[in-house]
Design a protein around this ligand. Structure first.
Ligand SMILES: [Zn+2]
Length: 192
């Protein structure tokens, strides 16, 4: 397995409609494995193929034990049902360091094809629902900043995001999200 390079806002692959996957080839299986490894390395809960420069309809999702027993690898996913609304901060590996509130469906049912070629229906609430909607948006060239309702706050944050992306691309700062100080302390304490 290998860690893939994440594409950032400004990269054209993120704005394109991704192509449907018609056959599960060795390359597709490898892409799924590499995307999972990349998502875990970057501490993400989801990743879409366009984010690693591949314009194909594949997403990987792992919101943890509370939401799912195993990581999902979903191809050609579509939302077939939705209920209610939730509002909460959202982030994206392609928009590093940007966290802003976005309104999403509280519940979604998603139909997709799994890595064995089987048709599956995944139901998600709360974080899992948010994550599924966010990743499916990536397959249609949509980034979450487009959905931020507080345009004033967004306009404030976008120049900082641009600077952060440029610094990552120049190799001046790490692309991996920084673990907050308290989290680090917790890790230290729990390892005692
Ligand atoms: Zn994203």
């Amino acid at each position: 397995m290998s860690i893939l390079t994440v594409k950032y806002k400004g990269s054209s692959v993120l704005n394109r409609e991704a192509k449907k996957i018609n056959a599960i080839t060795k390359d597709i299986v490898k892409l799924a494995e590499d995307m999972l490894e990349t998502m875990y390395t970057y501490h993400g809960v989801g990743l879409a193929a366009p984010q690693v420069g591949v314009s194909k309809q594949m997403i990987v999702v792992d919101c943890g034990d509370e939401y799912q027993k195993e990581p999902y690898v979903l191809m050609n996913p579509i939302i077939i049902d939705s209920k209610g609304y939730q509002e909460g901060d959202e982030g994206c590996l392609s928009l590093p360091g940007l966290y802003l509130p976005v309104k999403r469906f509280d519940y979604v049912a998603v139909e997709a094809v799994d890595i064995y070629g089987k048709k599956v229906v995944i139901e998600g609430r709360k974080l899992l629902s948010r994550c599924l909607q966010h990743e499916i948006d990536h397959l249609h060239g949509r980034l979450f900043d487009e959905l931020v309702e507080d345009k004033e706050k967004l306009q404030e944050e976008l120049p900082k995001l641009k600077q952060r992306i440029e610094a990552i691309l120049r190799g001046e700062i790490s692309p991996y999200p920084v673990i907050e100080k308290e989290e680090k302390e917790e890790l230290v304490n729990s390892s005692k």
